[in-house]
Design a protein around this ligand. Structure first.
Ligand SMILES: *Cc1c(COP(=O)(O)O)cnc(C)c1O
Length: 386
């Protein structure tokens, strides 16, 4: 089976992890701050806080921005459930903004409309989370302008998007947001097995996320009540978690980062070849947004619904049978049973649901060969035949 996504592990990656295994620190050593510095410098952010997952990073980003019970939080329905669950962890109320039918990212006109209505009703959100779906940036300048006008905070869920750019700078520099989140799950652009990171230019937000990452415990006398009692001493000053990344993971991540830009360039080459090979087939290929250079985490096609052509379900099943490990990203979050129990219904976000009915993610990863790509295209051609 040709998978839809796959990590690339080199001998240099293996050597970097083995060196940590043979060192004094498996966790809480020098590799984590080193990895944080590498990512922050690469994307152009001031501060980086590594964690054990992007889900943890989303949670602490919400807490650092003060999200709590009674607050409102908005995101897109076309995302992984973690983009919304982070608000529920904080006791906040989740709502969604429908997607743009061309880019499948959160629709800025829909966001503007919903904000105007929310202002009139006195129900403005505290945080909005745009998700850079498939690695392509949302229209962040417009979202940033709305954030200033209506006074909400912005967390970019860039789990798909490390190495992507917007208006000439890397996603993660937080030019139009308070915090940006990356994921290092193996299917993403670079991996630490499990892992995530929060980027910000605000030192207070970075310090708060670092504190909450490790139990809310500090060893810094400046943060203590009454000062230190000696070298053994620490104080718990908040209720935190154990969301730490290990040094093994950070060493893998640092080694992977040396190949980030070539990885994204290779993903673009694969995407352009897909575009050309799919030109005559009855599918919609990914739109390129103005001002955005996608990280191309995913290459999603839409199988156009018609009475004569095979359905998405049929095309998907035929591809899997042919050994092509396609997938679907994503089942709209508001249609999940857990979210329906919170009051959402099928039909609430029509563009998201139309997209979901037609979407298929084709194999996309840097080591995908042209021969494998040709196999995918031939199988797709057969699968689309009535
Ligand atoms: C993968 C992903 C996450 C969660 O990442 P983890 O590192 O697995 O916790 C969150 N949001 C989006 C959009 C993702 O794709």
């Amino acid at each position: 089976m040709i998978p839809y996504g796959r990590q690339d592990i080199t001998q240099a990656d293996v050597d970097a992890v083995v060196a940590v295994l043979q060192s004094d620190f498996l966790t809480q050593g020098p590799a984590v701050p080193r990895f944080e510095r590498i990512v922050a410098d690469h994307v152009g952010a001031q501060h980086a806080v590594a964690m054990n997952s992007a889900t943890s990073a989303l949670h602490l980003a919400c807490l650092a921005l003060g999200l709590g019970a009674g607050d409102l939080f908005w995101t897109t329905p076309v995302t992984f459930v973690a983009s919304a669950n982070c608000a529920l962890y904080c006791g906040a109320t989740v709502d969604f903004v429908d997607i743009d039918p061309a880019t499948y990212n959160l629709s800025v006109p829909a966001l503007a409309d919903k904000l105007a209505q929310a202002e009139a009703a006195g129900r403005l959100p505290k945080i909005v989370v745009p998700v850079h779906l498939c690695g392509q940036s949302c229209d962040m300048a417009a979202i940033g302008a709305l954030a200033r006008r209506y006074g909400f905070k912005v967390i970019e869920d860039a789990s798909h998007a490390i190495g992507g750019r917007y208006r000439g700078t890397y996603i993660g520099d937080c030019s139009h947001s308070d915090i940006t989140i990356f994921s290092f799950h193996p299917v993403k652009i670079v991996t630490t097995a499990e892992g995530g990171m929060a980027l910000t230019n605000d030192p207070a937000l970075a310090a708060r996320m670092a504190l909450l990452r490790s139990h809310g415990i500090t060893r810094d006398p400046a943060q203590m009540e009454g000062g230190s009692e000696g070298d053994w001493y620490y104080q718990q000053v908040e209720l935190g978690y154990n969301y730490r990344m290990t040094d093994l993971q950070a060493a893998l991540g640092a080694s992977q980062m040396t190949r980030l830009d070539p990885y994204v360039a290779r993903r673009h080459a694969i995407a352009e070849r897909y575009d050309a090979l799919l030109a005559d087939l009855p599918v919609t290929t990914p739109a390129r947004a103005a001002d955005a250079y996608s990280a191309f985490h995913l290459y999603v096609i839409r199988v156009l619904e018609s009475d004569t052509a095979p359905s998405r379900q049929t095309v998907f099943a035929r591809l899997r049978t042919a050994g092509v490990g396609v997938n679907v990203h994503y089942i709209p979050v508001h249609t999940q049973p857990f979210y329906r129990a919170l009051g959402f219904s099928v039909g609430d976000y029509p563009e998201a649901e139309r997209y979901y009915a037609e979407a298929i993610s084709l194999p996309m990863y840097p080591t995908l060969t042209e021969q494998q790509q040709d196999t995918v295209i031939a199988a797709l051609q057969r699968a689309l035949t009535p």
